[in-house]
Every structure is written in C-alpha cells, then in structure tokens.
Design a binder for this molecule. Structure first.
Ligand code: ATP
Ligand code: MG
Length: 588
C-alpha cells in the first residue's frame, strides 16, 4: 500500500497510455503551435490577430445536463482534466445542451459541483453549446450554399427505409438534388417556425452508399418547438449532437477530443464536417481530433442513465444522492473521497478495449486513501454487555487510544472505562471453534487500550439468549504500564463504557446489486438488486464521536470506514454511513 497516494490529477495522465503517446507525438510535431486564441470560443475570424494559444493541449469534459454524474463520468473527468494539467494545457467544462426538452439548471449545478469536488478547476473555460447556436446556424447555411446539405421533407419512416442497412447501401431520396437556393429557403422557414416538428430536417449531403451508415446524409438540424433552459424560445430548430459537438470543439480550440468507443463510427463525420467548414474559412486549421477510449464498466454497478433514473423514480433508492448509487453525489455521501477516485482513474488507466473493472478495485482505492486521512474511533455495532465483576461500581478511568496508529502526531484521546461495557456480540461464544481467541469462559483477552480480562461466564434470558457476559480484570495488566506484557493473550477486542457510550444510527451499506453484471443475458436488472444493500442499525459510539461534523470520516476500529451523513446528521447527533469495510468480504 502506498503511504502517500500521489495526487491522482497528476498521475492519471502520467502513466503511459495510447492517448498520451498520441498527444506527445502531436507536441513533438508542433501540430498545434500555429493556433491563435483570443481567450474566448469563436470562429477563425474571432482569433485573427490574437496571440498564439498558450495552451498546447486543450481537452474538454462535455456532459449533457440531463442527469447526475456517475462513476463513469469520473473516469472521463480525471482523464481530461488530468491530461490538461499534465501538459500545461486547459480543460474546458462544456455543457452539451443541444437537446431542449431534457435539460435543466439543477443538473448544471450538480455537475459543476461534482467536477469541483473531484478537485478540478475549469477556470474561465466554462461554456455552453447553446452559446454557439448562432454560429451553428451560420455553418448550416454555409453547408447548404456550398452544396453540402439539403432540406429533406421525407417522413422519418421514409428516411429510415432509404437509409439502407449494414449490408445494403442506402438510396438517395427525392429532395437530395434540389437546388441549394430552395433548401436555403426551406431552412430559413424552419428557423422562422413555419413548419411543424418532424416535417423536415436538414441533412448533410455526403454519400448514401457509404459503408459507414453515419455518412449516409446524417440529419444535422431538426425542428423542435420547445423552450430551452438557457435560450428560451429564441430557437425552434436545434442542431443534432453529432453536428454540434465537433463545432463546439473547434470553436473552443480543443486539440484532443476524447470520447468513448461508441463514437468511433462518428469520427469520419467529425472530420468531414470540420474539414468542410475550414475549407469555407469558418474554422481555422489545425482542427481538433477525436480519440476514442473504452468506457468504464464496473462490476456490481449499473451506469446507464436510463437505469439510474428508473432506480430513483421507482424508489429502489432514496434519491440521486443515495449512498448506494454510483452517482458522484451518492459516492460522496457514502464517504468516498475525491483522492480515491483520482487514484482509481490512474490505476485503471485508459485503453482501446472494453473491459470490466471489479468493484473491489474502486473500494481498495478508497480504503487506501481513507486509511491515510481517517482518524480512528471505536464503535460497537452489535452491542452485548460485558460486566467486570471485580471492577468497583462507580469507578471510571481514562484509557488512551491513538487517533491514528501511523500518525502519532495526531495524538491520543481518552476513552472512559467503567464496570459495565459494550462489546461486540460476536466477540463472545460459549462454544469456541478452533482458532477462536476472543471471549469464552476461562479465556483471557485484552480490552484494547485497557486491561486483560478473564471470562467467567454469561447470563441468559428465559429464551436462552445471552444477555450479558461476565469477567474479572487483571489490574496489573493495564496497557502502557510495565505489567501490560505480564500476561500474554491472543485476543484483543474493542469495547465502550456502557455509561458513557452514545447510541446512534449507523447504515451498513453494501453493493446495490448482488450480481456482477446486473441484468446480463436480457434479464430484468432489478431482479439483481441486493436485498441487503442497506442495513440500518443502532450502534454504540464512543463519546468523542458525538461531535463529529457532517461529512467527517473515521475508521471504526475493526469495522471499516464511516462518514457522518451530510443529510441526516444534526449537531451532537451524527448518523453514520459505512463507506467501505476494512477488508473485501465479496468472494469472487
Ligand atoms: P447519454 O447517453 O445521455 O449521452 P452519457 O453517459 O454519455 O449519457 P454525457 O453527459 O453525454 O452522458 O457524458 C459526458 C461525458 O462522459 C462523455 O464524454 C462520455 O463519453 C463520458 N462518459 C459517460 N459514461 C462514461 C463511462 N462509463 N466511462 C467513461 N466515460 C464516460
Ligand atoms: Mg453522451
């Protein structure tokens, strides 16, 4: 285990990978040194006379503000911002808000918040695709007048039929060869709201027989009489994502446009479009280039937006920040750390081939960082009374527990010891199996940071349930005194003074799905939900935990890492969420 996980922001980009090699080859060739940048996105003309772009590498993270960010986005964020940092460049946060119906300000806010929480800063480079609607419209008109686009008035059904299949070429439709002036007139009518949704679209004119279906005259503008969250009713036509995205990259001087593998088939269109607009003088060369990498697939997790929405809407979870959800809002509330994510992004790297990452890889990264930062505390999760029969009633003494075993500078705190204690129910048995070294009649164990005690027996209720355990303590064995080593024991258990401990709600979270690949083989993914993914218990906590602040993380000794819930904790009354156990309990 590394003692000091380096800032993942640095290292995500520093381990060698194919994207890095690509960027370094471009840098060595001086590919982007001739670009000018006025500090604001815009067409070629707006950078004329501006100085050379000081950022040799510009990347972007382009979320659509139609949902909460998830762990897959975290990979993309760490990659894009990490590379920009590594090469002294810039990474833009750009909201791809070309779809008026589904987008909301709430998502914009939560996305900004999540990116910042991960430790990244886009500085002045925060943009919206909708800022470029004017330019996109001009670009579309240019394509029409230059013979590279036409308005098609076929029905959606007809267009689908004439598009062909993977094995059959498509056929040109009846509007394909109409005069540019006629298309331009129609397009202007579309923009003026003279036509109903779905009656016509603007299509790029490329090649209906192309083996790549994406080049068979893709739609680039459609009519949508909808109010947009930023532009209101200024527009009733909206650019298609595949048309908008390359233009956004170019206007922002992006050098390397990283996206997931499913966009590989779109790259020829990306290059075609930007090439045409550069030929027409609307954009400046060198143009951005698209590079694809494998998306994150994480075992025991669903990352599809549709499925996440279903989990929230059907109340299988408590909301977008349910600590079991793979959203960044949920992970944060769960107690996961930004450093843990950056470490994870570095560890999984980037590749060209799809693969599944075991969830334990993410948990190990969280453990590694939490081990560094979390102070130790004591909690008894399944309390059982232990009575020290030879300890005077009414007496209380302080034992001293280190706040962090590897960081003595963090000091120790007092944990009060009294005659009646709470211990874990599983730390006592009447019938010990071989290798059980904890409490059973006749055996001695150490009360961690306190005394060695010898177990003498237990009390039971009428039903035979154990209600209390009895023991005798050995006064000369107090931890930290010369007598501590005088009696050797194999067991060492944690405990709390029953008089001083505080009862509190603790949520023992586990994986939301019990199957590694939820919903695989066409099965309903909801059938794979883990019925034990949240267990709420009343635990006993050491007094020092009463003042825990919302969001504060601790290691509960022998149990795992816990965080004071940011939503349900109140001053003096924290509620704790388990982030991760100390060890992986999922057997492969
Ligand atoms: P949608 O289906 O709504 O487009 P999306 O998951 O692609 O969903 P976006 O907001 O478009 O959501 O994603 C923003 C960026 O995050 C994109 O560049 C996308 O490639 C990247 N991204 C999304 N999911 C993953 C993933 N699982 N692994 C890596 N990157 C991802
Ligand atoms: Mg997307």
């Amino acid at each position: 285990m590394s003692k000091n996980p380096k800032s993942g922001a640095e290292t995500a980009a520093s381990s060698s990978n194919f994207i890095r090699s690509h960027i370094e080859a471009d840098l060595a060739a001086g590919k982007y040194v001739t670009r000018n940048w006025s500090g604001k996105p815009g067409p070629a003309s707006s950078h004329a006379g501006a100085a050379a772009d000081p950022a040799k590498v510009r990347t972007r993270f382009p979320p659509e503000p139609n949902g909460y960010l998830h762990l897959g986005h975290a990979k993309s964020i760490c990659l894009n911002f990490g590379l920009a940092q590594h090469y002294g460049g810039a990474c833009h946060l750009r909201f791809d808000d070309t779809n008026p119906e589904k987008e909301e300000q709430e998502y914009v806010d939560s996305i900004r918040d999540a990116v910042q929480w991960l430790g990244f800063d886009w500085g002045a480079n925060g943009y919206f695709a909708s800022d470029y609607f004017g330019f996109m419209y001009e670009a579309a008109e240019y394509l029409i007048t230059s013979g590279n686009a036409y308005v098609d008035e076929q029905s959606a059904e007809q267009m689908r039929a004439s598009r062909g299949t993977l094995t059959e070429p498509g056929k040109p439709g009846p509007w394909r060869e109409r005069p540019a002036a006629e298309s331009l007139g129609r397009f202007r009518e579309m923009r003026e709201g003279k036509h109903a949704d779905g009656t016509m679209v603007l299509r790029a004119k490329i090649d209906m027989a192309s083996p790549n279906i994406n080049l068979r005259d893709p739609a680039i503008y459609r009519i949508r009489k909808a109010t947009h969250h930023r532009t209101g009713d200024a527009w009733c036509i909206y650019p298609m994502y595949t048309f908008a995205h390359p233009i956004e990259d170019a206007l922002e001087n992006i050098t390397h446009s990283l996206c997931t593998l499913e966009f590989a088939d779109q790259r020829p269109f990306y290059d075609w479009l930007l090439g045409k607009l550069a030929d027409g003088g609307l954009l400046a060369r060198p143009l951005p280039q698209q590079i694809e990498f494998a998306r994150l697939n994480l075992g025991h997790v669903v990352l599809s937006k549709r499925k996440l929405i279903q989990l929230v809407d059907e109340k299988h979870v408590s909301g977008w920040d349910d600590p079991r959800l793979p959203t960044l809002a949920g992970a944060r509330r769960r107690g996961y750390t930004a450093e843990g994510f950056r470490l994870f992004a570095e560890r999984i790297g980037v590749s060209k081939a799809d693969s599944w990452i075991d969830y334990s890889v993410l948990e190990d990264c969280m453990r590694e960082h939490l081990n560094e930062i979390a102070e130790r505390r004591i909690a008894v999760l399944d309390p059982l009374k232990l009575i020290i029969d030879n300890y005077p009633e009414g007496r209380q003494e302080d034992c001293f527990a280190p706040n962090h075993p590897q960081k003595p500078e963090l000091g120790k705190r007092a944990v009060p010891l009294t005659r009646e204690l709470w211990i874990e129910r599983e730390d006592f048995t009447e019938t010990p199996q071989k290798g059980y070294f904890r409490l059973f009649p006749g055996n001695k164990v150490r009360l961690r940071y306190g005394y060695v005690v010898e177990c003498t027996g237990c009390d039971k209720d009428a039903a035979g349930n154990i209600t209390a355990v009895h023991c005798q303590y050995l006064p000369e064995t107090r931890s930290g005194t010369p007598g501590a080593e005088s009696v050797k024991v194999k067991g060492n258990i944690h405990w709390l003074s029953a008089a001083q401990a505080r009862a509190a709600e603790v949520r023992l979270y586990d994986r939301l799905f019990k199957a590694a690949h939820p919903g695989s083989g066409g099965r309903d993914f909801l059938l794979d939900l883990n019925p034990d993914s949240a267990r709420n218990i009343t635990a006993q906590l050491e007094p020092a935990l009463a003042t825990a602040k919302a969001g504060e993380r601790f290691q509960f000794e022998r149990h795992g890492y816990f965080v004071a819930d940011s939503r349900d904790s109140s001053p003096g009354m924290p509620v704790f969420n388990r982030a991760v156990t100390l060890r992986d309990s999922w057997v492969k």
